[in-house]
Design a protein around this ligand. Structure first.
Ligand code: HEM
Length: 938
């Protein structure tokens, strides 16, 4: 039965992914016949137990069917198999036989669906008190199918406590459900507190495995054998040895300060990703400012700590650094930093269930000081203080206030720029001189860029709405008041405040769409991910039609089930058909008066939604940022005029630069420049030496790269190998496993050097096979994994278990084609990026005109006021709508039209020739042959 279930799931995914035309269906049928061997041996079931997970590894017959002999040969590696299937890379991976290509791509989608189903099943650990119920269930309902939690009630201290029902049954209604609330309460109307500002970060790993240096269980103790502490291995030493960008000409870089007058002969070497631009780097920082923060108003706890630069491993032992070592490394023993806030560090309670002992939460917990929802809270606010910084236009309070800058005169400039923070605004003094917005921390030219663009976009929607309302004042706007749901609200009746909130919903949904189908498809630039991400949004079935509606009805029913298998596993697999976005919104007879319709599309899989600490870890993407921006002007786009240090655009200086030079020039500069690859020895120099005025330390400087390691350790993130095992990926057995067998000899030589440095920094030990080091997985012979990781007892093995997770995923050079991130980061995204959509009713059952207005729904669906299609096929796909960020930029910076007309994905370097099929080549497109960025090979 279980095998049949797995088989059905796989076939379903295969058939769903072929629903866009009879040709594909024929192709897939032939493919399935060709793979009779695979089918006759049976498809594996979704794992019943944590230690029998999929691991992204398939049988050899499956590998052969989907990728031929190459795929079979590479099965012995730790990395996932689908990257070796037909057509999952560039044109060289495509077979002459189309059926093989179909099998390769669909096979990859099946593998990804297995991973997602198992991640939902094994990786949800809530810290806020619901975990016992998750394990034990409630009444007839299995734990992972529980949908409401007492812990997600508003507390009496919340100003809306009485509005939602006080001590009785809590249900959000009226104004509280009309739009996104300031603090994020009432997104789920039956779990008002969920995802709101100040709730606890969750975990994706078993609680016992958190805080490895504490050696909480015998297993974690034996994994690291007392080798770790908050400052061991020394984080600044790790940073200087493994994160520093080597420079061919130190003077030309000057630690990221460039040259006087921003001279263009300045140069800071960095490893570049040819298919991803600097706009993409700042986009993801802009996103994280929406999703989470551990800090309060840009600072941590009042208590300070020293942050290393004191010791290194020598002959296996921690040895104090000499002044000579310090000078050679360039680290700073005088640096100090404020410690991370902790919500609860008391000992967690334990419980046992079916003879197994559990912890009820992690050893320490931390608060997300932002709303966890994808609600554009970085723009609109997440608490009372941040809301004061958001300025509305006194002439029309539906609009955000934008001001004109003397001398700025392009068509885009006339839409204005954000006003400055006022001296009366609540703020960290470091933010003085910056634009006014809800989340002002770590402000640079990139943040200034996106905040200005989306403030303009907000106003574009409002203006469009106003024009429409002026023409058809008596038409039904689609909006409804939940307190009086039957009353039609005509365009003329929509208040400025209603329109402001509708515009916020639209902007947040556009941002989510850009991220899902434009940013991520360029971050993971291959065909399976293009289809996978588009299926999250539009569904594998494609346009809204009868089949997708029928499937949506099935999915809705599954959600109501009290059995985890139906409510979660089947639900998530079948949801790929209609797509997650809008799930539950097309139900026949949907009614605003029915809470089950309003809320009925969201699914939390038995665990209240918040981001896990492990998610924050894999977003520590500081290497994406170059040290110098290649500044251009849009009248002469092929010429680089200046090299402007990013650090010169830090905080208030970003605002001055934005006003001096204008959005169009910054868009062009960041759009054409490649970002930094996520790799070792590729952190920006300036971030290792960042000056922070607020710090009460002798240096007032901090190495942000080292701080990334310290924060992860403070938050108790498991180290790299256990992290992978916990997420259902295969462990590594030595640092040598990081070397990419298929890389060029030069690249392999560089990787071998990095491996030697890892060994020097983290060390080795003589292993003891009697020590079991994990409960997450078994070895290939179904035996417990021990300290020797498959090497003979007593042999000297790498301390790979100690590797900081960030170091590990940066070291991964074996990746699927076009992956700017590693597979370890990716697996964290598979789970949490999907959940971010699944859990949010405004992206599922409340994506309705009653909340967004009809114009708002259309704007999100069409990427603007009308639909536009690319003239040429995109990687073989015909009828591609013009991508959503490109549309936003065309509206908000119209002077860039001649440049943007050549762009397909706003995150692909704008002057790059994209080739035929997922090419990663760095060569100029027509018209950009003289672009200086293509001249030199560096
Ligand atoms: C160039 C500009 C940037 C600067 C100056 C900067 C600075 C910082 C600093 C100082 C911290 C440490 C906060 C603390 O724990 O005390 C931090 C954390 C962080 N940064 Fe950046 N960063 C930049 C770009 C980026 C980018 C491009 C990303 C990409 C996603 C990113 C992601 C993060 C994340 C995820 C954290 C952890 C936040 C938290 O724990 O709440 N940063 N950054």
């Amino acid at each position: 039965m279980r095998a049949a279930y797995g088989l059905c799931a796989a076939l379903l995914a295969l058939s769903l992914s072929s629903c866009d035309g009879p040709k594909r269906i024929k192709g897939i049928a032939t493919g399935l016949i060709g793979c009779a061997d695979e089918i006759s041996t049976g498809v594996r079931p979704v794992a019943r137990d944590r230690d029998r997970r999929f691991l992204g590894k398939v049988q050899s017959s499956t590998a052969r069917c989907r990728g031929g002999e190459t795929a079979v040969q590479r099965r012995d590696l730790s990395w996932v198999d689908w990257r070796n299937y037909y057509a999952t890379g560039d044109h060289t991976t495509r077979s002459f036989w189309e059926t093989r290509n179909v099998r390769g791509i669909n096979g990859a989608l099946v593998d990804l669906e297995y991973e997602r189903a198992e991640l939902i099943k094994f990786n949800l650990f809530d810290n806020s008190g619901t975990y016992r119920g998750y394990i034990e269930g409630r009444g007839e309902t299995e734990g992972p199918a529980i949908k409401t939690w007492p812990e997600m009630r508003l507390p009496p201290s919340d100003p809306h406590y009485q509005d939602v029902g006080g001590a009785g049954n809590q249900l959000c209604k009226g104004t509280l459900i009309r739009g996104r609330t300031l603090t994020g309460i009432c997104n789920d109307i039956r779990n008002p507190l969920m995802g709101s500002t100040g709730t606890l970060f969750a975990r994706n790993v078993q609680f016992e495995t958190t805080f490895p240096e504490a050696g909480f269980t015998a297993i974690t103790h034996d994994r690291h054998a007392g080798r770790l502490s908050l400052m061991t291995p020394d984080p600044q030493v790790v940073s200087r040895k493994l994160f520093t960008r080597p420079q061919s000409d130190s003077a030309a870089c000057a630690d990221g300060q460039g040259k006087p007058g921003y001279a263009k002969d300045a140069n800071c070497d960095y490893k570049k990703a040819p298919f991803f631009n600097v706009l993409a780097a700042f986009w993801i920082q802009f996103m994280t400012h929406d999703w989470f923060s551990h800090l309060e108003e840009g600072h941590n706890r009042a208590e300070y700590m020293k942050v290393g630069c004191t010791s290194q491993k020598m002959n296996g032992a921690e040895t104090p650094l000499t002044p000579g070592d310090v000078a050679r490394l360039g680290c700073r023993p005088g640096d100090e930093m404020d410690r991370a806030f902790v919500a609860d560090s008391s000992a967690p309670t334990r419980f046992s269930s079916n003879g197994v002992e559990y912890l009820s939460r992690a050893l320490k917990t931390f608060r997300n000081t932002n709303t966890a929802w994808w609600d554009a809270s970085q723009i609109y606010g997440y608490d009372a203080r941040s809301r004061v910084r958001v300025k509305r236009d006194p002439a029309d309070s539906a609009r955000l206030l934008m001001v004109s800058i003397p001398g700025d005169s392009t068509s885009g400039d006339r839409q204005g720029y954000l006003p400055m923070l006022l001296p009366t605004d609540p703020m960290n003094p470091d933010w003085a001189g910056q634009e006014a917005t809800a989340f002002p921390d770590n402000w640079t030219i990139g943040m200034s860029f996106y905040h200005n663009v989306f403030a303009r976009e907000h106003n574009q929607f409002v203006d469009h709405f106003r024009r429409h309302a002026a023409q058809r004042p008596d038409e039904d706007s689609g909006l409804r008041d939940p307190a009086d749901p039957k009353r039609v609200i005509r365009y003329r009746d929509v208040s400025a405040n209603d329109l402001f909130e509708a515009a916020r919903l639209v902007v947040a949904a556009e941002i989510a769409k850009i991220h899902t189908i434009e940013w991520t498809t360029q971050l993971l630039y291959d065909e399976p991910l293009f289809r996978g991400m588009n299926s999250n949004w539009n569904g594998l079935i494609g346009e809204d039609n009868g089949v997708s509606r029928a499937l949506e009805a099935v999915v809705r029913k599954l959600r109501e089930s009290e059995r985890a298998k139906s409510a979660n596993t089947w639900y998530s697999i079948l949801a790929s058909g209609p797509g997650i976005f809008g799930l539950g919104s097309t139900k026949k007879g949907w009614s605003l008066s029915n809470p089950d319709d309003v809320n009925g599309g969201a699914n939390h899989f038995g665990s209240p939604f918040n981001f896990p600490e492990e998610f924050v870890t894999v977003y520590r993407l500081h290497p994406l940022v170059p040290d110098l921006i290649e500044y251009r002007e849009y009248q002469n786009p092929n010429a680089i005029r200046y090299k402007i240090p990013v650090v010169e655009t830090f905080r208030g200086k970003a605002t001055s630069f934005m006003h001096e030079r204008g959005l169009a020039n910054w868009a062009l500069s960041m759009g054409r420049q490649r970002l930094g690859a996520l790799a070792l020895q590729n952190h920006p120099r300036f971030l290792q030496n960042l000056k922070m005025g607020r710090l009460k330390s002798p240096t007032q400087q901090i190495d942000v790269a080292a701080l990334d390691l310290i924060r992860d350790r403070e938050h108790g993130v498991p180290r790299f190998n256990e992290f992978r095992r916990q997420y259902g990926l295969r462990q590594l057995t030595s640092f040598d496993d990081f070397i990419n067998r298929d890389a060029s000899p030069e690249d392999r030589a560089e990787q071998a050097k990095l491996v030697a440095t890892m060994r020097e920094v983290y060390g080795q030990h003589r292993c003891d096979s009697t020590k079991v080091i994990t409960q997450a997985q078994l070895d290939a012979n179904n035996q417990p994994i021990n300290d020797c990781l498959g090497h003979p007892n007593g042999s000297v093995v790498d301390n790979i278990e100690d590797l900081d997770t960030v170091v590990g995923w940066l070291a991964e050079s074996t990746r699927p084609h076009g992956f700017a991130i590693s597979e370890t980061q990716f697996v964290v995204f598979i789970l949490n990026a999907s959940r971010r959509l699944y859990s949010d009713r405004f992206f599922t059952s409340s994506f309705r005109p009653e909340f967004y207005t009809q114009l708002g729904v259309d704007w999100v669906n069409n990427n603007g006021p009308d639909t536009l299609y690319e003239k040429q096929p995109v990687n073989g796909h015909k009828h591609q709508p013009v991508s959503p960020l490109k549309r936003v930029l065309l509206r908000t910076i119209p002077e860039l039209k001649p440049e943007l007309d050549q762009v397909v994905d706003a995150f692909d370097p704008w002057a790059r020739d994209r080739g035929e099929y997922y090419s990663l080549a760095w060569k100029p497109r027509k018209g950009a042959e003289s672009d200086e960025a293509f001249e030199v090979k560096r």
